[in-house]
Ligand binder design. Sequence first.
Ligand code: ADP
Ligand code: ADP
Length: 226
Amino acid sequence: IPALSIENLSKSYDNGFEALKGISLEVKQGDFFALLGPNGAGKSTTIGVLCSLVAKTAGKVAVFGIDIDDDFPAAKKCIGIVPQEFNFNHFEKVLDIVINQAGFYGLPAGIARQRAEKYLRELGLWDKRDVSARMLSGGMKRRLMIARALVHEPKLLILDEPTAGVDIEMRRSMWDFLKKINAAGTTIILTTHYLEEAEALCRNIAIINHGKIVENTSVRSLLKRL
Ligand code: ADP
Ligand code: ADP
């Protein structure tokens, strides 16, 4: 079963704009997959459909064989999503943000606490656990978003432009972290508009432009042709 399967997905917004014009994609389990495209191509819309923030107009989406229309809660358990916006409560403490997220997934308090500690440590945020999230730098907020998305240990991690606005040094340490969790078995999909990021991290790539997939291949064979 693929980690993610998208068939003929389309999305027209209320104003009639067709952001996705029937895209199809398959991401295998264990893959590190890039959805690459310029601003406005439809990347965030695709992610929005996956976390049901955006209602699709047509098409089928399945996560590990679970159709999101059949059983969204079950599908959601398999996915961790890191959207572009910092959508945590900025007045909450770092540790509480991660622990509360675990609560949404029904994890017992002891496990929630253990996992929160594990991921905050791995992401270099443990020293900040008692700090209000609004005090964090942009790079730290991004890492907090990642820790929060991982606390229920999803089989598929989806990141929307994970290193946008992150400086080069920080980008490299985030890349290393993502490589490590992919090597440990988590399937990763990220959107990016940097080919360099896809090249550094990903095995397979789909290029989206104007709501259509214009290329779907391995990163290696794409680079050979450029
Ligand atoms: P990307 O993430 O690749 O930059 P998006 O998925 O955010 O692209 O946007 C795709 C297109 O859909 C853009 O042209 C954008 O302006 C448009 N769009 C996004 N959200 C809405 C909305 N709520 N209503 C109308 N158009 C939208
Ligand atoms: P910025 O102020 O540029 O946003 P951050 O506040 O995000 O930078 O980074 C603060 C410090 O945390 C940096 O010195 C960085 O090297 C360190 N750091 C970043 N990522 C990790 C990580 N995954 N593990 C451990 N430390 C990290």
